[in-house]
Design a protein around this ligand. Structure first.
Ligand SMILES: NC(=O)c1ccc[n+]([C@@H]2O[C@H](COP(=O)([O-])OP(=O)(O)OC[C@H]3O[C@@H](n4cnc5c(N)ncnc54)[C@H](OP(=O)(O)O)[C@@H]3O)[C@@H](O)[C@H]2O)c1
Length: 287
Protein backbone atom coordinates (compact mmCIF):
# COMPACT_ATOMS: atom_id res chain seq x y z
CA UNK A 1 0.00 0.00 0.00
CA UNK A 2 1.19 3.52 -0.79
CA UNK A 3 2.36 5.58 2.17
CA UNK A 4 0.64 8.91 2.55
CA UNK A 5 2.39 12.09 3.67
CA UNK A 6 1.15 15.48 4.84
CA UNK A 7 3.58 18.28 4.01
CA UNK A 8 3.12 21.82 5.34
CA UNK A 9 4.08 24.96 3.42
CA UNK A 10 4.08 23.61 -0.14
CA UNK A 11 3.27 26.83 -1.99
CA UNK A 12 6.96 27.49 -2.72
CA UNK A 13 10.51 26.32 -2.09
CA UNK A 14 11.41 23.12 -0.28
CA UNK A 15 7.77 22.23 0.41
CA UNK A 16 6.80 22.60 -3.25
CA UNK A 17 9.76 20.51 -4.44
CA UNK A 18 9.23 17.89 -1.73
CA UNK A 19 5.56 17.49 -2.64
CA UNK A 20 6.48 16.70 -6.26
CA UNK A 21 9.49 14.54 -5.39
CA UNK A 22 7.59 12.44 -2.84
CA UNK A 23 4.70 11.92 -5.29
CA UNK A 24 7.17 10.93 -8.04
CA UNK A 25 8.59 8.37 -5.62
CA UNK A 26 5.39 6.55 -4.83
CA UNK A 27 3.94 8.52 -1.93
CA UNK A 28 0.34 9.71 -1.80
CA UNK A 29 0.98 13.39 -1.10
CA UNK A 30 -1.25 15.83 0.76
CA UNK A 31 0.38 19.12 -0.19
CA UNK A 32 -0.85 21.69 2.29
CA UNK A 33 -0.64 25.46 2.15
CA UNK A 34 -2.28 28.30 4.01
CA UNK A 35 -3.52 29.97 0.84
CA UNK A 36 -4.79 27.52 -1.78
CA UNK A 37 -4.80 30.29 -4.39
CA UNK A 38 -1.00 29.82 -4.44
CA UNK A 39 -1.35 26.17 -5.40
CA UNK A 40 -2.05 26.49 -9.11
CA UNK A 41 1.49 25.80 -10.31
CA UNK A 42 1.89 22.76 -8.06
CA UNK A 43 -1.49 21.34 -9.07
CA UNK A 44 -0.74 21.89 -12.75
CA UNK A 45 2.64 20.17 -12.52
CA UNK A 46 1.14 17.24 -10.62
CA UNK A 47 -1.62 16.86 -13.20
CA UNK A 48 0.86 17.04 -16.08
CA UNK A 49 2.93 14.27 -14.51
CA UNK A 50 -0.10 12.24 -13.39
CA UNK A 51 1.01 12.36 -9.74
CA UNK A 52 -1.01 11.29 -6.71
CA UNK A 53 -1.06 14.73 -5.08
CA UNK A 54 -3.93 16.52 -3.37
CA UNK A 55 -3.84 20.16 -2.32
CA UNK A 56 -5.20 20.81 1.14
CA UNK A 57 -5.65 24.03 3.12
CA UNK A 58 -3.60 24.24 6.32
CA UNK A 59 -2.28 27.26 8.19
CA UNK A 60 0.15 26.06 10.86
CA UNK A 61 -0.93 28.89 13.16
CA UNK A 62 -4.62 27.97 12.92
CA UNK A 63 -5.67 24.97 15.01
CA UNK A 64 -9.02 24.53 13.24
CA UNK A 65 -7.38 24.38 9.83
CA UNK A 66 -4.89 21.75 11.06
CA UNK A 67 -7.67 19.62 12.56
CA UNK A 68 -9.78 19.89 9.38
CA UNK A 69 -6.84 18.87 7.18
CA UNK A 70 -5.96 15.87 9.34
CA UNK A 71 -9.65 14.82 9.60
CA UNK A 72 -9.90 14.98 5.80
CA UNK A 73 -6.88 12.68 5.40
CA UNK A 74 -8.16 10.27 8.05
CA UNK A 75 -11.59 10.12 6.40
CA UNK A 76 -10.03 9.41 3.01
CA UNK A 77 -7.28 6.95 4.01
CA UNK A 78 -7.99 5.90 7.60
CA UNK A 79 -4.32 6.52 8.45
CA UNK A 80 -1.52 9.03 8.28
CA UNK A 81 1.96 7.67 7.68
CA UNK A 82 4.15 10.73 7.58
CA UNK A 83 4.10 14.40 8.55
CA UNK A 84 6.69 16.82 7.22
CA UNK A 85 6.67 20.04 9.22
CA UNK A 86 8.25 22.25 6.59
CA UNK A 87 6.39 25.58 6.83
CA UNK A 88 8.51 28.33 8.29
CA UNK A 89 9.45 31.96 7.88
CA UNK A 90 12.66 33.92 8.27
CA UNK A 91 12.98 36.89 10.56
CA UNK A 92 15.97 39.13 11.06
CA UNK A 93 15.23 41.88 13.56
CA UNK A 94 17.06 42.40 16.81
CA UNK A 95 15.34 41.48 20.05
CA UNK A 96 15.22 45.17 20.97
CA UNK A 97 13.66 46.22 17.68
CA UNK A 98 11.12 43.43 17.20
CA UNK A 99 7.63 44.11 18.51
CA UNK A 100 6.00 41.65 20.91
CA UNK A 101 3.55 40.74 18.11
CA UNK A 102 6.46 39.94 15.78
CA UNK A 103 8.18 37.86 18.46
CA UNK A 104 4.98 35.86 19.00
CA UNK A 105 4.48 35.45 15.26
CA UNK A 106 8.01 34.19 14.48
CA UNK A 107 7.74 31.71 17.36
CA UNK A 108 4.30 30.52 16.33
CA UNK A 109 5.12 29.98 12.64
CA UNK A 110 8.46 28.29 13.24
CA UNK A 111 7.91 26.44 16.51
CA UNK A 112 4.36 26.29 17.82
CA UNK A 113 3.04 25.39 14.35
CA UNK A 114 5.23 22.27 14.51
CA UNK A 115 3.81 21.43 17.94
CA UNK A 116 0.22 22.03 16.80
CA UNK A 117 0.57 19.81 13.70
CA UNK A 118 2.43 17.10 15.62
CA UNK A 119 -0.16 17.14 18.41
CA UNK A 120 -2.97 16.65 15.89
CA UNK A 121 -1.28 13.84 13.98
CA UNK A 122 0.41 11.88 16.75
CA UNK A 123 -2.71 10.23 18.28
CA UNK A 124 -3.41 8.60 14.91
CA UNK A 125 0.17 7.42 14.54
CA UNK A 126 0.15 6.08 18.11
CA UNK A 127 -3.02 4.08 17.41
CA UNK A 128 -1.54 2.78 14.14
CA UNK A 129 1.73 1.92 15.91
CA UNK A 130 3.60 3.50 13.02
CA UNK A 131 4.55 6.88 11.63
CA UNK A 132 7.37 9.24 10.82
CA UNK A 133 7.51 12.94 11.64
CA UNK A 134 10.19 14.96 9.85
CA UNK A 135 10.82 18.49 11.07
CA UNK A 136 12.67 20.93 8.83
CA UNK A 137 14.76 23.18 11.01
CA UNK A 138 18.00 24.83 9.92
CA UNK A 139 21.65 25.20 10.82
CA UNK A 140 20.03 28.02 12.81
CA UNK A 141 18.51 25.28 14.99
CA UNK A 142 22.01 24.33 16.14
CA UNK A 143 24.03 27.54 15.83
CA UNK A 144 22.68 30.94 16.89
CA UNK A 145 23.43 33.58 14.27
CA UNK A 146 23.52 37.40 14.22
CA UNK A 147 20.21 39.20 13.74
CA UNK A 148 18.50 35.79 13.68
CA UNK A 149 18.18 35.09 17.39
CA UNK A 150 14.38 35.02 17.34
CA UNK A 151 14.26 32.67 14.33
CA UNK A 152 17.12 30.55 15.71
CA UNK A 153 15.45 30.38 19.12
CA UNK A 154 12.30 28.99 17.48
CA UNK A 155 14.32 26.45 15.45
CA UNK A 156 16.32 25.44 18.57
CA UNK A 157 12.94 24.86 20.22
CA UNK A 158 11.94 22.48 17.41
CA UNK A 159 15.22 20.60 17.89
CA UNK A 160 14.66 20.16 21.63
CA UNK A 161 11.00 19.29 21.12
CA UNK A 162 11.91 16.60 18.59
CA UNK A 163 14.70 15.15 20.77
CA UNK A 164 12.26 14.93 23.67
CA UNK A 165 9.61 13.11 21.64
CA UNK A 166 12.15 10.75 20.08
CA UNK A 167 13.33 9.72 23.55
CA UNK A 168 10.04 8.17 24.73
CA UNK A 169 7.52 8.01 21.88
CA UNK A 170 9.59 6.21 19.22
CA UNK A 171 10.11 2.82 20.85
CA UNK A 172 6.71 2.00 22.36
CA UNK A 173 4.63 3.38 19.49
CA UNK A 174 6.98 2.88 16.54
CA UNK A 175 6.89 6.55 15.56
CA UNK A 176 10.15 7.82 14.07
CA UNK A 177 11.32 11.41 14.42
CA UNK A 178 13.85 13.18 12.21
CA UNK A 179 15.19 16.71 11.98
CA UNK A 180 16.53 18.02 8.65
CA UNK A 181 18.94 20.94 9.05
CA UNK A 182 19.64 22.87 5.83
CA UNK A 183 22.08 25.74 5.40
CA UNK A 184 21.15 28.42 2.85
CA UNK A 185 18.52 27.54 0.24
CA UNK A 186 17.72 29.65 -2.82
CA UNK A 187 13.96 29.95 -2.31
CA UNK A 188 11.44 32.68 -1.59
CA UNK A 189 12.64 32.55 2.02
CA UNK A 190 15.07 35.49 1.95
CA UNK A 191 12.57 37.70 0.12
CA UNK A 192 9.83 36.85 2.60
CA UNK A 193 12.23 37.32 5.52
CA UNK A 194 13.03 40.84 4.32
CA UNK A 195 9.35 41.59 3.74
CA UNK A 196 8.52 40.25 7.22
CA UNK A 197 11.25 42.26 8.86
CA UNK A 198 11.58 45.62 7.13
CA UNK A 199 10.19 48.60 8.99
CA UNK A 200 7.80 51.01 7.31
CA UNK A 201 10.89 52.94 6.18
CA UNK A 202 12.32 49.79 4.61
CA UNK A 203 15.07 49.46 7.24
CA UNK A 204 16.01 46.14 8.78
CA UNK A 205 18.08 47.61 11.58
CA UNK A 206 18.71 51.07 12.92
CA UNK A 207 20.57 53.06 15.54
CA UNK A 208 23.59 51.40 17.08
CA UNK A 209 22.74 48.11 15.36
CA UNK A 210 22.89 49.54 11.83
CA UNK A 211 26.69 49.32 11.27
CA UNK A 212 26.76 45.79 12.71
CA UNK A 213 23.87 44.85 10.44
CA UNK A 214 25.60 46.34 7.40
CA UNK A 215 28.74 44.37 8.23
CA UNK A 216 26.63 41.21 8.59
CA UNK A 217 24.88 41.75 5.24
CA UNK A 218 28.15 42.48 3.41
CA UNK A 219 29.70 39.35 4.95
CA UNK A 220 26.69 37.22 4.02
CA UNK A 221 26.91 38.34 0.40
CA UNK A 222 30.66 37.85 0.05
CA UNK A 223 30.59 34.46 1.82
CA UNK A 224 27.97 33.21 -0.63
CA UNK A 225 30.35 33.72 -3.55
CA UNK A 226 33.66 32.49 -2.14
CA UNK A 227 35.15 29.51 -0.32
CA UNK A 228 35.25 25.88 -1.29
CA UNK A 229 31.88 24.96 0.13
CA UNK A 230 28.74 26.11 -1.58
CA UNK A 231 26.50 27.99 0.87
CA UNK A 232 23.25 27.82 -1.10
CA UNK A 233 21.41 24.70 -2.21
CA UNK A 234 18.35 24.51 -4.38
CA UNK A 235 14.97 23.50 -2.99
CA UNK A 236 15.21 20.28 -5.06
CA UNK A 237 18.53 19.35 -3.43
CA UNK A 238 17.08 19.77 0.05
CA UNK A 239 13.92 17.86 -0.95
CA UNK A 240 16.16 14.99 -2.10
CA UNK A 241 17.74 14.78 1.38
CA UNK A 242 14.28 14.77 2.98
CA UNK A 243 13.20 11.93 0.66
CA UNK A 244 16.29 9.91 1.57
CA UNK A 245 15.48 10.35 5.27
CA UNK A 246 11.85 9.32 4.61
CA UNK A 247 12.88 6.17 2.76
CA UNK A 248 15.15 4.77 5.47
CA UNK A 249 14.02 1.89 7.69
CA UNK A 250 15.96 3.41 10.59
CA UNK A 251 16.03 7.13 9.80
CA UNK A 252 18.52 9.40 11.57
CA UNK A 253 17.38 11.77 14.32
CA UNK A 254 19.17 14.63 12.59
CA UNK A 255 20.91 15.35 9.32
CA UNK A 256 22.52 18.40 7.71
CA UNK A 257 21.78 18.81 4.02
CA UNK A 258 25.13 20.09 2.68
CA UNK A 259 28.86 20.09 3.37
CA UNK A 260 28.60 23.81 4.23
CA UNK A 261 25.86 23.15 6.77
CA UNK A 262 27.90 20.27 8.21
CA UNK A 263 30.97 22.48 8.56
CA UNK A 264 29.04 25.28 10.28
CA UNK A 265 27.59 22.89 12.86
CA UNK A 266 30.68 20.75 13.30
CA UNK A 267 31.48 21.93 16.84
CA UNK A 268 28.00 20.88 17.97
CA UNK A 269 27.61 17.68 15.97
CA UNK A 270 31.09 16.16 15.54
CA UNK A 271 30.79 13.63 18.35
CA UNK A 272 27.32 12.44 17.33
CA UNK A 273 26.49 13.56 13.78
CA UNK A 274 23.09 11.86 13.42
CA UNK A 275 21.97 12.10 17.05
CA UNK A 276 21.80 8.34 17.71
CA UNK A 277 24.17 8.43 20.68
CA UNK A 278 22.28 11.33 22.20
CA UNK A 279 18.89 9.61 22.04
CA UNK A 280 20.34 6.43 23.52
CA UNK A 281 22.02 8.34 26.33
CA UNK A 282 18.82 10.25 27.15
CA UNK A 283 16.84 6.99 27.17
CA UNK A 284 19.32 5.30 29.49
CA UNK A 285 19.47 8.37 31.77
CA UNK A 286 15.74 8.90 32.16
CA UNK A 287 13.81 5.75 31.26
N1 LIG B 1 15.70 29.21 2.61
C1 LIG B 1 16.63 29.07 3.54
O1 LIG B 1 17.71 29.69 3.46
C2 LIG B 1 16.42 28.10 4.68
C3 LIG B 1 17.55 27.68 5.39
C4 LIG B 1 17.39 26.77 6.42
C5 LIG B 1 16.14 26.30 6.74
N2 LIG B 1 15.05 26.72 6.04
C6 LIG B 1 13.73 26.18 6.43
O2 LIG B 1 13.24 25.40 5.36
C7 LIG B 1 11.80 25.40 5.39
C8 LIG B 1 11.26 25.75 4.02
O3 LIG B 1 11.66 27.07 3.69
P1 LIG B 1 11.90 27.53 2.17
O4 LIG B 1 13.33 27.86 2.02
O5 LIG B 1 11.27 26.58 1.24
O6 LIG B 1 11.14 28.93 2.21
P2 LIG B 1 9.86 29.48 1.41
O7 LIG B 1 10.03 29.26 -0.04
O8 LIG B 1 9.68 30.87 1.92
O9 LIG B 1 8.67 28.53 1.91
C9 LIG B 1 8.10 28.64 3.18
C10 LIG B 1 6.74 28.00 3.14
O10 LIG B 1 6.15 28.11 4.45
C11 LIG B 1 4.83 28.60 4.26
N3 LIG B 1 4.25 29.26 5.42
C12 LIG B 1 4.63 30.41 6.03
N4 LIG B 1 3.79 30.68 7.05
C13 LIG B 1 2.87 29.66 7.07
C14 LIG B 1 1.74 29.36 7.87
N5 LIG B 1 1.37 30.16 8.88
N6 LIG B 1 1.03 28.23 7.61
C15 LIG B 1 1.40 27.41 6.61
N7 LIG B 1 2.44 27.67 5.79
C16 LIG B 1 3.16 28.77 6.04
C17 LIG B 1 4.92 29.54 3.07
O11 LIG B 1 3.61 29.80 2.59
P3 LIG B 1 3.18 31.23 1.93
O12 LIG B 1 3.59 31.13 0.49
O13 LIG B 1 1.71 31.26 2.14
O14 LIG B 1 3.93 32.29 2.68
C18 LIG B 1 5.77 28.69 2.15
O15 LIG B 1 5.00 27.70 1.53
C19 LIG B 1 11.40 26.39 6.49
O16 LIG B 1 11.09 25.69 7.68
C20 LIG B 1 12.67 27.22 6.69
O17 LIG B 1 12.74 27.75 8.00
C21 LIG B 1 15.16 27.61 5.01
Amino acid sequence: MKKNVLITGTSTGVGYESALLFARNGFKVYASMRNLAKGEALQQQATTEGLDLTLIQLDVTNLDSIQTAVDTIMEADGRIDMLINNAGAGFGKTTEQASIEEIKWVTEVNYLGVVYCTRTVIPHMRKQRSGHIINITSVGGLVGQPFNELYCGAKFAVEGYTEGLASYVSDPFNIKFSIVEPGGISTEFMKSAIANTASAEGQLASGEYLPIFQQYMAGTQSRAGEGELQVYQTGEEVAQVILEVAQQEEPPLRVRTSAWAEALCHLKTASDPDGTKLVNQVKSSFL
